[in-house]
Write a protein that binds this ligand. Structure first.
Ligand SMILES: [Zn+2]
Length: 76
């Protein structure tokens, strides 16, 4: 499964074979390389943490800052 990380998306679950979210049209293959496979935590103060995967077998982590933290240098 691929997750859409658009905070306004109504249905973030997508099948793995799509390049764009079937609900909102956002890209699912980030940077042409990474698919978001799992929400790890949405409890952080700065933003949500996701597990992402590329062609290697090693999972990686993506943190998406909350809108109000986008200019917070500590958060960045
Ligand atoms: Zn979406």
């Amino acid at each position: 499964m691929s997750l859409c990380i658009n905070p306004n998306c109504q249905n973030t679950d997508n099948p793995d074979n799509l390049l764009r979210c079937q609900s909102c049209g956002s890209e699912l293959l980030l940077e042409g390389r990474y698919r978001v496979t799992r929400l790890v935590s949405d409890k952080g103060g700065y933003g949500d943490i996701y597990e992402v995967r590329d062609r290697s077998s090693i999972p990686k982590v993506l943190k998406v800052l909350k809108e109000e933290k986008k200019n917070d240098t500590k958060a960045i």
